[in-house]
Design a protein around this ligand. Structure first.
Ligand code: FAD
Length: 606
């Protein structure tokens, strides 16, 4: 199976899902759901995944885009999490996704002469040691003041006492999620976007007919649950047509991130944990705004701030504040922007201002806070895997665990929340293990640790062949290199589109370095149904261009229109919708700045 998510084949995907029964139905197409789909499909199970909007449209396109152990969690004593995450980082960099996950150096500036170096140095020794013997990224190093300033001239030299240099890795989170979903499709999964699970289906002791419970009947309560209630799938609404259909499955797996509570509430299910939402904001700036050849991490009064180099941009963030508003589009505020600029300016020689900022984006961490112990209908408690904080509903979100929790609230239903992008593969394995625990037939163990993602196989050969490919397909070698860096060995599929239609080899006007072919490929191979899917997640012009990709939207719509059968009116509506979305995204930058210059603050970070 080629691993193609063709947006033109939705009807076939709906037919397959409705025909059922599946072994596993997954609700949610972020990295956790995509990972679970791949884990289950590669164990030979019949798998379906439904996603309300687009793949990675929730938290999984709005992270810091780091694949990391997390120095901060080491300081919090979360050794298990750090060790697991470092092992995963190395597996992804070296074997499973070397085309998508790349090592990146970080400089940790030191400001307290005697005490700080041994403290941070000891932490980095542990960080390096936890990784194991075979390491695809270099060891940490000590730097003098001169060494630090040579690598990062942007740092204020006064009171700088030196620095440490260590390595982590980075990823395009949305692209990675789509690639995991496509790899699941390659192994037989059916993935449908713009499809919401509106209610769960139940059967009682296997005798009563299946009944949906939830939004459709409106008033189900936990007290309606009887022993023996079993979840048998979900009623799904196709958001494109408004039609609903039932998908039956032996096991239903909820991977809905910050939507977990509403998914359960809609069907009167009480889960063993609640998800608390913590908002994190990032600013995107041109590389010229900060003179440094490495990434940087600095301590702030509340947490840490990353300066992450990505292509010809910097991503600077993040914040960590409790959120109770709209889950779909958690807006950044003027205060968020000022906080990040203020913290950054404590260490930078040339202070940053709003004029330096190209874009701002916000995401919600799905953190797990366990409520009072819950006894489920089947007598089980939340298994607490990974250890959610008991009584976590009172803690500030910065102190909540980043580990994950798997829960089995009813027979036939499991769910997972919490965790990190970095550890998605382990999360997927844990939740699928729970989903198949009582299956009528034996299910093989997870094999994803040995399963490179789509685009990883043959990578060295494709990299080495850039010039020949450029000659064969009649495009500049820089375009081939750009494609290989984004698609690995599947870059050849994009080049095939260019062979069939030469103008697709041109860059998007105002959207370089992306090629027009990447828009077509997003539809024919990556499941993009709307202009927003392309500009926000397949190419990242929403956060990479000064106008959030607004000016390139008509060209993108023109490429998508013949592929998806859009008429003129539909095309115009798509452009309008995207441009309105891009404008709200930039709102925090237009809001008046807070009074006072944050760069005046105390230099030594807390
Ligand atoms: C600011 C920030 C920075 C971060 N940085 C990092 C980092 O650098 N490294 C790292 O490892 N981790 C990081 N994380 C954490 C990481 O991004 C998340 O843990 C991860 O993306 C969560 O993925 P998910 O699939 O669980 O949730 P999501 O990506 O939110 O996916 C849930 C999906 O479920 C869908 N859905 C909801 N309801 C339904 C329904 N009824 N039917 C169908 N679909 C439904 C939603 O549309 C959504 O797409 C960061 C998080 C934030 C917020």
């Amino acid at each position: 199976m080629p691993g193609v998510l063709d947006a033109r084949e939705r009807d076939e995907a709906i037919r397959k899902l409705a025909a059922g029964p599946l072994d596993v139905l997954i609700i949610g197409g972020g990295i956790t759901g995509a990972g679970a789909a791949l884990d289950a499909a590669s164990r030979g199970l019949r798998v379906g995944l439904v996603e309300s909007r687009d793949l990675a449209s929730g938290t999984s396109s709005r992270s810091s885009k780091l694949i990391h152990g997390g120095l901060r969690y080491l300081e919090q004593g979360d050794f298990k999490l750090v060790k697991e995450a470092l092992r995963e980082r190395d597996l992804l960099v070296s074997r499973l996704a070397p085309h998508l996950v790349r090592p990146v150096p970080f400089l940790y500036p030191l400001y307290r002469k005697v005490v700080e170096r041994p403290y941070v140095g000891a932490g980095l020794v542990i960080y390096d040691a936890m990784e194991g013997i075979k390491r695809p990224v270099p060891h940490h190093r000590h730097l003098t003041i001169r060494g630090a300033l040579r690598r990062a001239p942007a740092l204020r030299p006064d009171r700088l006492a030196g620095a440490m240099l260590y390595y982590d890795a980075q990823v395009d989170d949305a692209r990675y999620t789509v690639t995991v979903a496509r790899t699941a499709v390659r192994h037989g999964a059916t993935v449908l976007t713009q499809a919401s699970a509106v209610s769960l289906l139940f059967s009682s002791g296997g005798t009563t007919p299946r009944t949906p419970r939830g939004m459709s009947d409106g008033n189900a309560r936990v007290s309606d649950m009887r022993d023996g209630d079993r979840v048998t799938g979900a009623r799904v609404r196709d958001e494109e047509s408004g039609r609903t259909f039932d998908v039956t499955a032996t096991s239903t797996v909820v991977c809905a991130g910050v939507w977990s509570d509403p998914v359960f509430a809609a069907s009167g299910v009480r889960a063993g944990y609640q998800v608390r939402m913590s908002k994190g904001v990032h600013l995107v700036m041109p590389r010229s705004a900060i003179d440094s050849e490495t990434g940087m991490i600095i301590r702030t009064s509340k947490s840490v701030l990353f300066f992450i180099p990505t292509g010809d941009r910097w991503i600077v963030g993040t914040t960590d504040t409790e959120w109770t508003g709209d889950r779909a589009e958690p807006g950044a505020t003027a205060e968020d922007v000022d906080y990040i600029l203020g913290e950054a300016n404590r260490v930078l020689a040339r202070p940053l201002s709003r004029a330096d900022v190209l874009a701002v984006y916000a995401g919600l961490r799905p953190l797990v806070a366990e409520p009072a112990p819950v006894k489920h209908a089947d007598g089980k408690h939340a298994d607490g895997k990974g250890g959610a904080d008991g009584g976590g509903s009172e803690k500030p979100t910065t102190k909540l665990s980043r580990e994950h929790v798997v829960d089995a609230p009813l027979p036939g239903l499991v769910s997972i929340a919490g965790g990190k992008f970095t550890t998605y593969r382990l999360m997927a394995k844990d939740v699928v293990d729970a989903a198949v625990e009582n299956f009528p037939r034996p299910v093989p163990p997870s094999v994803t640790g040995e399963l490179p993602l789509l685009g990883a196989d043959g990578l060295p050969a494709v990299r080495a062949s850039a010039q020949r490919l450029a000659d064969d397909y009649g495009v500049p070698v820089a375009s081939v290199e750009h494609l290989v860096a984004r698609y690995g060995s599947t870059a050849v599929e994009v080049l095939e589109l260019i062979r069939a239609d030469k103008p697709l080899g041109q860059p998007l006007a105002g959207g370089a370095p992306y090629l027009r072919a990447e828009v077509a490929y997003a539809v024919t191979h990556e499941g993009a149904l709307h202009v927003t899917d392309v500009l926000a997640r397949r190419v990242r012009l929403l956060i990479e261009s000064a106008d959030s990709g607004a000016s390139v939207a008509p060209e993108v719509a023109a490429i998508m229109a013949p592929l998806l059968g859009w008429n003129r009116r539909r095309r115009a509506a798509e452009v309008r919708e995207y441009q309105a979305f891009a404008a709200t995204n930039a709102a925090a930058l237009r809001a008046p700045a807070a009074v006072g210059d944050a760069s005046d603050k105390e230099l030594v970070p807390a």
